[in-house]
Each structure stands twice: as structure tokens, then as C-alpha cells.
Write a protein that binds this ligand. Structure first.
Ligand code: MTE
Ligand code: MO
Length: 432
């Protein structure tokens, strides 16, 4: 077994598989993970705030920015993780695999870390395409795994601290590709049969093993006998080539998707699920009125928005809302899935409306849409958004009557909130 592991390590050794590159890629990956964790927590708590939480309503595109960063950094993790796994691949065949409780913990934490990370970024990416080929709730699992990842990352960094410190700076070199000691070299160089346990050596035919076993034995025996020494010819060229490849990979996935979140990159948006400016009134649509089954209730001539505060309540038809003072704001729709779109909204200030039912400054709202079902039929809005002058019950979008797919007869638009909370097809507002 030991011989096989040594041979495997030897077989996959390469100038690009060394501690220094593992540290270089690891640092980038660590930054990407922390950025994703921070922006992810922010997005989580916006959607499920703890009672004492209040959020900034300025700048109005804050969430567009944090979530754009979240998705983009998450996408950049794909090439980075692959590169990292590539550089540390020979360690998989470390022998002996486990030397004690410390190394058991170290290897277990890496296994958990790699597994959780791969699942996390994969379900995250599929979520941006609204593709859910799994039986669990995306948000809960994505949230829970982030703590597993950050926890095992902390252990991983702790365990590897000596190596990280040793190869942090370039002038400390790249480290050994593989550190075979004298004994290991002797073992690699010995014919395989000689290192087999004695009882096995005595089995008739082992020395002339045929078939698959024979092929495996001969492959192990044929592995280059000399352990790799530094520097290998062309090592720096292949290291540079590797870093360039990783850089190009990261740049490519970022540039070809980040146009869904960042206007400057819009022309290069090839792979992202949504394209800025495409959709009714130049704003993309996730869920149409037909899909939400609200076409009839939204078009009903007797539609009215009800606002209640305890026993006080008032109803506003669309004509009544249009007769009130109108305000125009530029605010983005910023979906948790990463795409976003700046748009111009016109409508009634929410704080003007709640004042009509004599709600005070600190009023928070429960918002109900016309939908009969769906996770975001009923949502809550903190008082900081209700009080903000740019939070509107929007009646028009980009200068035209709100399209039914954008929430006609009226939708909520507030600064700094995730798209899922910008409720379309409003029905009822209740002061809490
Ligand atoms: N009533 C209602 N409002 C809603 C939604 C919805 O499904 N129902 N989707 C939300 C989501 S997820 C986003 S990103 C924004 C924009 O979604 P759209 O593209 O479906 O308009 O509206 C939000 N408002
Ligand atoms: Mo969304």
C-alpha cells in the first residue's frame, strides 16, 4: 500500500504542484470565500432579519453591489478550486495516510471543506439559473454549508499555518514538489515484489502476475525511479503557464457572467441567465403574471390597495393612487440570483400612504401580494424602508404604465433591498 501511494505521488508530481502555488491559489480562494460569506450573511439577514436589525437604505444600489460581488466571487471560485485541487493533488496519496489524531483531524477537515465547497458553489451556480435538481431547500442548505465551510477553513488554515507562513512570500521559493526521504527513495526504487508482505511474495505466480494485477505491478515498477529534485528544467515556464491559465480561467468566467450585475461588463455577458435591458420595459423578468396566476386579479377593475393600522384602514384604487403626489426614483431591481437592472420608477411615497392610516415614524409593514401562494406572497418591511423617501408604491416603470409582468397595478420598490422583497401585484399593506 505504502509503495503504491509513493508511486502514485511520484506519478502525479509536477513543477506546478508545490506548496508555494498552493499558498498563492489558497490566498485568492480564501479571500473569495470570505467575500462570499460576508455578502451572503448580509443577503441572508436582509431576508430574515433578527428583531434588532436595521439596514442601510443608502446607497440605493447597495444590495445590487453586494450581491453582484457575491455571485461573481462565487463563480470565480470554480477555476480557483480546480487549480487548488490540482496543486495539492499529490497530497492525496500521502503515506502513511494518517499519523495520529492531529493528522486525522487535518485530513477530515480538508475532506469536509472540499466536499462542502464543491456542493456550495455548484448549488449556488445552479440557483442562478433557477435550476433545482435536488430535494432540499436551497437557501437553508446554502446558508448552513457556509458555516461548515468557514469552520473547516479555519481548521485548515490553522493546520497549514507553518506551510502558509513558510511560502507566503515569493522569495521563499516554491518548496519541494515532493519530499521523499532516503528510505522512501529506496522503497520506490525496489522492485515491487520485494516490498510486498512476505506471505504475498510466496503466493505462486505473484512474480509473473498476469492480467490486471500484472499490469498494475509493472506500472508501479516502471515509475521513474529517481524522485524529482528541484529545479526541474522548464519548471518556471510551466509555473508561469499554470498561473496564466488560472488567471485566464478566472477572468473568463468573471467577464462572461458579471455583465448581469455590473453595467460595464454587460456587452460580454455570454453565460449569465439574465441580460440587462432585455424584457418588458427593458427590465428582465423572473416570474410572469401568468406564472404567478395573478393575471385576472391584477386586471380586475375593482382592484384596490388596502392599508390598515389596527382598526384603521383605507383603500386606494389605482386612480386614487395616481391622483396623489407622484415621486420618481432611479433604483435597481437586484435579484439574489445576481442579475440586476437599474430602472426609473414613478409612484406614491410609501410614507405618504402609511400616514393616511396615522401610522407613526417607526412603522414596519406586512406586505401581501395578489398571489394565492408562493414563498414571497407575504413579506415584511422594516421601518427604515417604510420611512425612506425613495420607497415607492410604484405605478410606472421607465415612463410607462407598469407592465403586468412587472407588478401592475402597483408594486413595491425600496432602496437597498433584495429583489425578492420588491413585491409585485400589491394587494394589502398592514402596519405591524
Ligand atoms: N409578488 C411577487 N413579487 C415578486 C416576485 C414574485 O415572485 N412575486 N419575485 C421577486 C423577485 S425574485 C425579483 S428578483 C423581483 C424581480 O422579479 P421579476 O424578474 O420576476 O420581475 O421581483 C420580486 N417580486
Ligand atoms: Mo429574485
Amino acid at each position: 500500500m505504502r509503495r503504491l501511494l509513493l508511486t502514485l505521488q511520484h506519478a502525479v508530481a509536477a513543477p506546478t504542484r508545490n506548496p508555494r502555488l498552493a499558498v498563492v491559489i489558497g490566498r485568492l480562494l480564501g479571500i473569495a470565500f470570505l467575500v462570499c460569506f460576508g455578502t451572503g450573511l448580509y443577503s441572508h439577514f436582509l431576508q430574515e432579519p433578527l428583531p434588532w436589525m436595521h439596514f442601510p437604505t443608502f446607497p440605493g444600489n447597495l444590495y445590487q453591489f453586494t450581491q453582484g460581488i457575491h455571485i461573481t466571487a462565487g463563480i470565480a471560485c470554480f477555476p480557483l478550486i480546480l487549480a487548488k485541487l490540482y496543486t495539492v493533488f499529490p497530497n492525496l496519496f500521502e503515506t502513511p495516510p494518517i499519523t495520529g489524531i492531529g493528522s486525522l483531524l487535518a485530513r477530515a477537515s480538508i475532506a469536509v471543506f472540499v466536499g462542502a465547497s464543491l456542493v456550495e458553489i455548484t448549488i449556488g451556480l445552479l440557483n442562478t439559473y433557477q435550476f433545482y435538481p435536488w430535494p432540499f431547500g436551497f437557501r437553508e442548505v446554502h446558508f448552513a454549508l457556509s458555516f461548515v465551510i468557514i469552520g473547516s477553513l479555519a481548521i485548515h488554515i490553522g493546520v497549514k499555518l507553518p506551510i502558509i507562513a513558510k511560502y507566503w512570500r515569493k522569495r521563499d521559493g516554491y518548496g519541494p514538489e515532493l519530499a521523499f526521504d532516503e528510505e522512501e527513495r529506496a522503497e520506490i526504487n525496489a522492485p515491487l515484489v520485494d516490498v510486498l508482505p512476505e506471505p504475498l511474495q510466496k503466493v505462486p505466480g505473484v512474480r509473473q502476475a498476469s492480467g490486471l494485477t500484472g499490469r498494475l505491478f509493472r506500472w508501479i515498477d516502471a515509475a521513474p525511479a529517481d524522485p524529482i529534485e528541484q529545479p526541474r528544467t522548464g519548471a518556471s515556464t510551466s509555473r508561469r503557464g499554470f498561473l496564466v491559465t488560472v488567471g485566464v480561467g478566472v477572468a473568463a468566467v468573471v467577464v462572461l457572467t458579471a455583465g448581469q450585475s455590473f453595467a460595464l461588463l454587460r456587452p460580454f455577458n455570454l453565460f449569465a441567465p439574465r441580460v440587462k435591458g432585455i424584457g418588458p420595459q427593458s427590465v428582465p423578468i423572473n416570474r410572469t403574471a401568468a406564472a404567478a396566476q395573478v393575471t385576472e386579479t391584477a386586471m380586475a377593475p375593482d382592484w384596490a390597495l388596502t392599508i390598515s393600522n389596527g382598526s384603521r384602514s383605507a383603500s386606494f384604487t389605482r386612480a386614487a393612487l395616481l391622483a396623489m403626489p407622484q415621486t420618481t426614483v432611479d433604483l435597481p431591481i437586484a435579484c439574489v440570483e445576481g442579475w440586476s437592472q437599474l430602472a426609473t420608477w414613478t409612484g406614491v411615497r410609501l410614507n405618504d400612504l402609511v400616514r393616511q392610516v396615522e401610522a407613526g415614524e417607526g412603522a414596519a409593514l406586512r406586505i401581501t401580494s395578489l398571489e394565492k401562494e408562493g414563498g414571497y406572497r407575504v413579506t415584511q418591511m422594516g421601518s427604515e424602508y417604510v420611512a425612506d423617501d425613495s420607497t415607492l408604491v410604484a405605478l410606472a416603470l421607465n415612463g410607462e404604465t407598469l407592465d403586468i409582468d412587472h407588478g401592475y397595478p402597483a408594486r413595491m420598490i425600496a432602496p437597498g433591498r433584495p429583489g425578492v422583497l420588491q413585491t409585485k401585484w400589491l394587494s394589502r399593506l398592514e402596519v405591524m
